[in-house]
Ligand binder design. Sequence first.
Ligand code: ATP
Ligand code: MG
Length: 553
Amino acid sequence: MEETISKNFIEQIIEKDIEEGRYQKIVTRFPPEPNGYLHIGHAKSILLNYGLAEEYGGEFHFRFDDTNPAKEEKEYVQSIKADVEWLGADYKGHIYFASNYFDKMYECAEFLIKKGKAYVCDLTPDEIREYRGTLTEPGKNSPYRDRTPEENLQLFRDMRDGKFPDGSKVLRAKIDMTSGNMNMRDPILYRIARMEHHNTGNKWCIYPMYDFAHPLEDAFEGITHSICTLEFEDHRPLYEWVVNECEFENPPKQIEFAKLYLTNVVTGKRYIKKLVEDGIVDGWDDPRLVSLSALRRRGYTPEAIRKFMELVGVAKSHSSVDNAMLEYCIRDDLKLKRPRMAAILDPVKLVITNYPDEQIEYVDVPNNQENEEMGTRQVPFCKELYIEREDFKIERPKKYRRLYVGNEVRLMNAYFVTCTGYDADEDGNVTTVYCTYDPASRGGNSPDGRKVRGTIHWVAVPTAKQVEVRLYENIVDEEKGVYNEEDGSMNINPNSLTVIENAYVEPALSDFKPGDSFQFMRTGYFCIDTKDTTEDHMVFNRIVSLKSSYKPN
Ligand code: ATP
Ligand code: MG
């Protein structure tokens, strides 16, 4: 049988380029601006670029696009680096800072000036805008457009040497003021701005614009395929102009793909920042967010994120992916890998009246019923247990198979028990459930072929560990959607966090460390919070519930 794996459009371009000998080896890059934390959308770009380099035996470059001194912060450099490494995008030493290329960029600008392809312009920002024209009207030439290369060179050097005030002059590309593409109407290449840069300090008072800097960074590093998101499509002619006029051999080519959007999920930096500043979430790594640090803290694995990106694929037009698909991926990743443990989130006490008072016995429990290789563990069992409140009912609802007076159920991996009665307080809240057990059903096996229809989980009271559990829901009100149409604010779900202070877990959970994850039987996947867990207070984050609304084809 012939296997056909369909290649995405970027792979097709790359394969053609290799076939035609345009590039010997492909080089891709991820170029974040260090002005915020990375989110799930960036992970798409990272894994796409890294994956292509791996697939074609090329190189993957990790470059901080730090040419704009106004916006960058060192703190972000650290977090971005940690996220890229966590995702497993091994850049093999190819880590770069665009600001290290300022000298070379300056040389390129002089090169263009000498070629008559760039000029110093004295128009004010307002005049430049006015001269630029509109989408329907052509622009007109700046009166400074015909300065000679010699004059331009002198003026540009004077700009560099700090002889002019901020904003008084710019260097512009000499392209075409009548171009149908506004980006080609003599775009600005350099501006004067006395700002300190985190890397170069006060060495420069002129800084390159993004549309000039970015293609040069790519070209200097020998990038072959510069993959960016769709909003740069209109900038591609300028990208090509820059690398061609600067006369790079084998210049890189820009390819655009659609950004990743998740339905009802906040990804925009601006909005996340607002949630953090308004105290609605507890920092950039709040587990309800989709920054990579938040997903990591929530218990997502790099494998799940990679799987998700494979399912999403690469497209040329915008669409929004259902969040349930991301949840499916983490469930699928943890299912066979992580142990299944007992935790009682809403406890009620169960007393086995015919069980010896002081006795503790150990029952054998599989670590993962679906993966025998994970072995078994010994779990203490005794007369008093915690069970989930919803596993006992005073009045039996239709089809209910768990505990009610007179019914027999299986305590998972332990014994059959029959409910004999209960205590309740004045408000009718059940405080204790009473049962008798059948010693012959040890291991939860029927001694005589009789069947029980319900199985519930439990935790022995004397050895149980009291912990905090945090249940998360979408921070966005899914009924209303992310943004409020009227004022652009966000529709916040007031119930996105539920804190349970008195959950009980089996003692084996003490052996795990922050960041470890597992299934809590019957309730979902959880991980130990890395930020708020202390020696004597364990905090668990719900990664995802067990049920899914998404099915892969
Ligand atoms: P945002 O404003 O959403 O935080 P950005 O585009 O300002 O994102 P950059 O640091 O400039 O962030 O982005 C680095 C790289 O990540 C760019 O190549 C950009 O195209 C890519 N990227 C950003 N957001 C997404 C997304 N949602 N899907 C895919 N790629 C993305
Ligand atoms: Mg950006």
